[in-house]
Design a protein around this ligand. Structure first.
Ligand code: NAP
Length: 488
């Protein structure tokens, strides 16, 4: 047992979870908090993603910090611009700026003698008593491995690097990929472009979520009565976290059957042409890939200037895309809606734990952590959004807030002087990961599709139990699963 200590804490990333970490750390009495942000601004994914039609794909009333309820969301699913403005309002109201250094990339984090030192693009920082990583999950754009990609003569960019200078009006636009991102873009641009060709490798199940404006009277009622806003939130949380999340992990067959029915009905009622309908019908189970929420995609793809191309892409040529039927699809703009590598958790940052152990080696077969937050032999390091965090169709802010509270409970153990360092026991992580593997076999994610949840070895990165189980485990750390050390 040592004396209570004032801790120096580093947070990596000033996106939605980094901002939250500062608020929660300060609430718990930690004021010596230093945030390192690679970019020049806050916002993470909501700063980087500026593609047309970007909206939250869960209802916005779920996508909020518990300490900053927002009665003013303008639509059921708010736009990216509105979400970024929300994050900024919290950042400003909570005076987070004094904690943040921008334009600094953390290249290496090294643990020694009970403390972490960060090597950054602006020199060495630290030492710190604890580090919270808040770097986001979908940060590394995946570029398709297609012959001739760099020969394209028009404008080409990934959706996460949208080029605002490129005018789409009247142009022949091709989009590769049919995930949530692509679906949002198709609906947003189809009426503006000359011709839209959507290159589909695998169709997606789509649930109709009507993204209507929230009436002024409803917003006013939420403003007047915070309890009403809270009830609305609780209703949505029940719908998405309790029912939906339980259904995809095999715990609520009745809700799952209803989800399946809703998706099939949506396809059948929305798409008139039977040939197009069959091209759009997935041959895998609803929810295996992250379910898409949309109220305009099917309408958009049936417009006269839109075409769904299902012949495989053979190569990209200067003038457009050549498909297996020999046809050249001439294009002025090519949008790569080809998703993200969700498994290079910290890359290119290197992490070295106890005795210099290197995380890349520890994770060479699979990224493994204890409860998605901590890693054996990497003491006093806490991840928001680590491996096997709940990353299905939930609000990531809710997940992040629970993980942050869990991390701060553990940081509290250090601050109280009960230990200088703590890390989960190897056996605890092993037992957790064995349980993850066993339970994963019950989930829809392993029912026969490829998705960004799956790493190259077929491991699924998401949480295979109910959301309630996650909340319960995050509620209070079980210290018997941790190795606490006084001496360093
Ligand atoms: P994604 O779901 O991983 O979709 C990538 C798409 O690109 C898939 O259709 C994939 O086809 C296709 N693709 C990849 N490589 C290809 C190739 N070489 N040739 C042809 N097609 C190729 O990516 P995403 O749409 O960017 O969405 C990722 C996640 O981001 C979402 O699930 C969601 O969690 C999040 N997101 C959130 C929001 C929001 O809340 N606003 C919006 C958008 C995205 P296959 O299916 O055949 O692999």
């Amino acid at each position: 047992m040592t004396e209570p200590r004032k801790l120096r804490i580093a947070v990596i990333g000033a996106g939605a979870s980094g901002i939250m970490a500062v608020v929660k750390l300060r609430e718990a009495g930690h004021t010596d908090v230093h945030v390192f942000e690679r970019a020049s601004d806050i916002g993470g994914t909501w700063r980087d993603n500026r593609y047309p039609g970007i909206t939250c794909d869960v209802p916005s009333h779920l996508y909020r910090y518990s300490f900053a309820p927002n009665p003013d969301w303008s639509r059921v699913c708010a736009s990216g611009t509105e979400i970024l403005a929300y994050l900024r309002s919290v950042y400003e109201a909570q005076d987070i700026a004094r904690h943040v250094t921008f334009d600094v990339e953390v290249r290496e984090a090294r643990y020694a003698g009970g403390r972490w030192t960060l090597e950054t693009s602006k020199g060495r920082q630290g030492p710190f008593d604890a580090v919270i990583t808040a770097m986001g999950i979908l940060r590394h754009p995946l570029y398709p491995d297609i012959e001739g990609l760099d020969t394209f003569a028009g404008h080409m960019f990934h959706t996460g690097r949208w080029d605002d200078r490129v005018e789409l009006a009247g142009k022949r636009v091709g989009i590769i990929g049919t995930g949530s991102t692509s679906t949002q873009i198709v609906g947003a641009i189809v009426d503006r472009v000359g011709r839209l060709s959507l290159f589909q490798r695998t169709p997606q199940w789509i649930m109709r979520l009507s993204n209507v404006p929230i009436p002024e009277e409803e917003k006013a009622a939420f403003r007047r009565d915070p309890a009403l806003l809270q009830q609305h939130y609780a209703r949505l949380a029940d719908e998405f976290n309790s029912k939906f999340a339980a259904a995809v992990v095999g715990q609520n067959p009745r809700v799952y059957a209803r989800m399946e029915q809703m998706c099939v009905e949506n396809l059948e009622r929305s798409v008139a042409d039977p040939v197009l309908r069959e091209k759009l019908r997935p041959n895998y189970k609803v929810g295996c890939k992250r379910l898409i929420m949309s109220d305009d995609f099917y309408d958009a793809i049936q417009k006269p200037n839109a075409e769904l191309v299902t012949d495989p892409i053979v190569r990209i040529e200067p003038q457009g895309i050549r498909t297996a039927d020999g046809r050249l699809h001439p294009l002025d703009v090519l949008v790569l809606a080809t998703g993200y590598d969700a498994h290079s958790t910290f890359a290119p940052m290197k992490l070295y734990g106890e005795g210099g152990v290197d995380l890349d080696s520890a994770w060479k077969d699979a990224a493994q952590a204890y409860l998605g937050v901590t890693i054996p032999r990497f003491p006093n390091l806490f991840m928001i959004g680590g491996p096997n965090s709940p990353i299905g169709n939930f609000s990531f802010l809710m997940t992040a807030e629970k993980q942050c509270a869990y991390a701060i409970d553990l940081i509290g153990v250090l601050a109280a002087g009960k230990a200088r360092a703590l890390a989960p026991r190897v056996e605890a992580m092993q037992a957790f990961n064995d349980a993850v593997k066993a339970q994963m076999s019950q989930t829809v994610w392993v029912s026969g599709c490829q998705s960004w949840y799956m790493d190259r070895n077929g491991n699924i990165a998401s949480w295979p139990w109910t959301y309630e189980h996650f909340e319960k485990l995050m509620d209070a750390p079980d210290l018997t699963h941790y190795a606490l050390t006084d001496t360093v």
